[in-house]
Write a protein that binds this ligand. Structure first.
Ligand SMILES: *Cc1c(COP(=O)(O)O)cnc(C)c1O
Length: 357
């Protein structure tokens, strides 16, 4: 059987070059050797975020990055506006509520995206932040963060963006788009093993962190920054050294290909995937205005069919795909095409899908 493919929206395929870094000897995290590696990785991740702000690294799932953002930016009772277009927007709402924030919600029908028009009039002076997902993985929709960022430009509120399934696969310019907190994780478009959360933090956001009174210790952004700013950068606590080594290699590969070539590859392959699946009679779930270059979802109405397809794809073709989430559980299949993905992988997935249907 052919090598196993992870055509899921995370974790994604990890290139050999990156995997082999995981097998290297573990560096001690208080040595210059580690500090140099960490510094190198930091410069690279900042280029992917297109920012001059610090990007903090935590050993965590992406959700850890979301939670860290809430506990560092706010105090109990703070009011925020959260736009949700699916499961991950809803998750951010849940986390904010658990920490005692007052959440005003903009709920958009699934398969659509949130626009400036939807936000205008909803965002008031009482809100401390607007929180929005860049690429909603559960509905395969991408929000127009550039336009939302332009709208937020002269505003006092923070703009917090969940970029877990976009960063490295879809253009995002943290500085130019006025994003104050940008979160991602290693195991999606960054084609690294799971286990690292990255959080870009603007000066305005660090000022908010100084005022935040929600308790935190491990997640403290100010402490993470203090260690990052040392002449040889460090982390407050033992970092996931091997993952940092691996991700550094993945980021190097993105640089070798060229960030904008990587974005282009995602767009071209996503389009090919949609065109070919359309010919098979599959119906893309997402409104084409918000179509995602990193994940595609199809509504499969027939009872039990989605899970059958998923199972056959894995058992007969050694290709892992994802099902629906939340209210789309059992009614959808989702195929991730982010990070380490090439035309051959797309063709193999298309051929297998064709046979499964
Ligand atoms: C995957 C994902 C998350 C959660 O990441 P975990 O690493 O599973 O915690 C959050 N937001 C989005 C948009 C995602 O795609």
């Amino acid at each position: 059987m052919q090598e196993k493919l992870l055509m899921t929206p995370g974790p994604t395929n990890v290139p050999e070059r990156v995997l082999s870094k995981m097998a290297e000897a573990v560096l001690h995290h208080r040595t210059t050797e580690y500090g140099m590696l960490f510094a190198e990785m930091n410069e690279r991740i900042k280029r992917i975020f297109q920012t001059t702000n610090p990007v903090l690294t935590f050993p965590a799932a992406g959700t850890g990055g979301l939670e860290a953002s809430i506990v560092n930016m706010f105090s109990k009772g703070d009011k925020v506006l959260i736009a949700s277009i699916g499961v991950f927007g809803d998750r951010f709402i849940k986390i904010a509520k658990i920490f005692g924030l007052e959440v005003d919600e903009i709920k958009i029908p699934w398969g659509e995206g949130v626009t400036v028009e939807d936000i205008k009039g909803k965002l008031t002076d009482e809100h401390k932040a607007l929180i929005v997902t860049h690429n909603e993985t559960s509905t395969a929709s991408t929000n127009p963060i550039k336009e939302i960022g332009e709208f937020m430009k002269e505003k006092n509120q923070l703009l917090i963006v969940d970029g877990v399934s976009s960063i490295g696969g879809i253009e995002a310019k943290m500085d130019e788009w006025n994003i104050d907190v940008l979160i991602t994780a290693s195991q999606k478009a960054l084609m690294s093993p799971p286990g690292l959360a990255f959080v870009g933090v603007s000066e305005k956001a660090f000022e908010a962190a100084k005022k935040s009174t929600i308790p935190k210790y491990y997640w403290d952004f100010l402490s993470a920054r203090e260690y990052l700013d040392k002449p040889v950068p460090e982390n407050p606590y033992t970092p996931a050294v091997s993952l940092i080594n691996a991700t550094n290699e993945a980021l190097k590969m993105i640089e070798e290909e060229g960030l904008y070539n990587v974005y282009k590859r995602h767009e071209v392959l996503a389009k090919k995937f949609r065109d070919e699946t359309e010919k098979m009679g599959l119906k893309v779930f997402t409104n084409e205005k918000f179509i995602s270059p990193t994940v595609t979802g199809f509504l499969i109405e027939e009872e039990g069919k989605a899970s059958k397809i998923k199972k056959r794809m894995e058992q007969e073709f050694n290709i892992v795909i994802a099902g629906g989430q939340g209210k789309l559980k059992g009614k959808m299949i989702r195929i991730g095409h982010m990070g380490c993905v090439d035309e051959e992988m797309i063709d193999r997935t298309l051929n297998a899908l064709r046979k499964c249907l």
